[in-house]
Structures are given as structure tokens and as C-alpha cells.
Design a protein around this ligand. Structure first.
Ligand code: 5GP
Ligand code: ZN
Length: 111
């Protein structure tokens, strides 16, 4: 997808440090972290929001939990928050599905 920053990162048009990559997902550090650990698990296919995922897409998402588990072991964090925004009102800035993994400090209530 043209003009999508995450597609550009996935396609290496914008250089980035990839902490993990497989055929469906990449993991990078958020450019503007809200905590000492702030990762983005990004689906490689450009799908803007969860409700636009096909069943085939959905079947690939079980991996997200394994990816987060692997990274939590590698980066040594056990307690964390997963955030996934859909739509502007929910705080989504980049309409390309991704999960935030936030850790390393005490987090307040979700709001
Ligand atoms: P959203 O608000 O869409 O759920 O989250 C988008 C996130 O992407 C934000 O936390 C923002 O800091 C991050 N971000 C935006 N542009 C870039 C970029 O070019 N590189 C990286 N690593 N993160 C980005
Ligand atoms: Zn995209």
C-alpha cells in the first residue's frame, strides 16, 4: 500500500531494526515509546482494521501470542500490556493492523 509507513518498513523502503520477522509478522520498536519497552507487532499484509481480516488472515494471528512470548523471554520482561487500536476514535494513527506491547514500568488504568 502506497504511503503506508508500516508497508514501507515491511518492504525495507524505510530502514528499521527488526527484532523478529516471519512470513506474516514483523516486530519493531515504537519510534515514540511510552514505556521502556514498547514494541509493535505488525501484520505484513496491509489490512487497516481487525474487522477487515479474512478468515485466512485470522488463522495466522495465533502466532502473535507466540511471538510476544518469545520476545518477552529474549528481552526479559514478564509483565506487559497489549494494545490494539481500530479506528481514529480508538486512537489508531496508522491504519495497518499492529499490536503494541508495552512493558517496563507500572501502567495506569486503560482509558
Ligand atoms: P496507532 O496509534 O496506530 O495504534 O500506533 C501507531 C504507532 O506507530 C505509534 O505509537 C507511533 O509512535 C508509531 N510509529 C509511527 N511511525 C513510526 C515509524 O516510522 N517507525 C516506528 N518504529 N514507529 C512508528
Ligand atoms: Zn500498510
Amino acid at each position: 500500500m502506497e504511503n503506508c509507513v508500516f508497508c514501507k518498513i515491511i518492504n525495507n523502503e524505510i530502514p528499521s531494526e527488526k527484532l523478529y520477522e516471519d512470513e506474516d509478522f514483523i516486530v519493531i520498536k515504537d519510534i515514540n515509546p511510552v514505556a521502556p519497552i514498547h514494541l509493535l507487532v505488525i501484520y505484513k499484509k496491509h489490512v487497516p482494521v481487525i474487522h477487515e481480516l479474512s478468515e485466512d488472515d485470522q488463522r495466522r494471528f495465533w502466532k502473535v501470542f507466540n511471538i510476544i512470548k518469545k520476545l518477552s523471554e529474549e528481552l526479559n520482561f514478564k509483565e506487559y500490556r497489549i494494545v490494539q487500536n481500530n479506528g481514529k476514535q480508538a486512537g489508531q494513527e496508522i491504519p495497518h493492523i499492529h499490536f503494541h506491547v508495552i512493558a517496563g514500568r507500572k501502567l495506569g488504568k486503560i482509558g
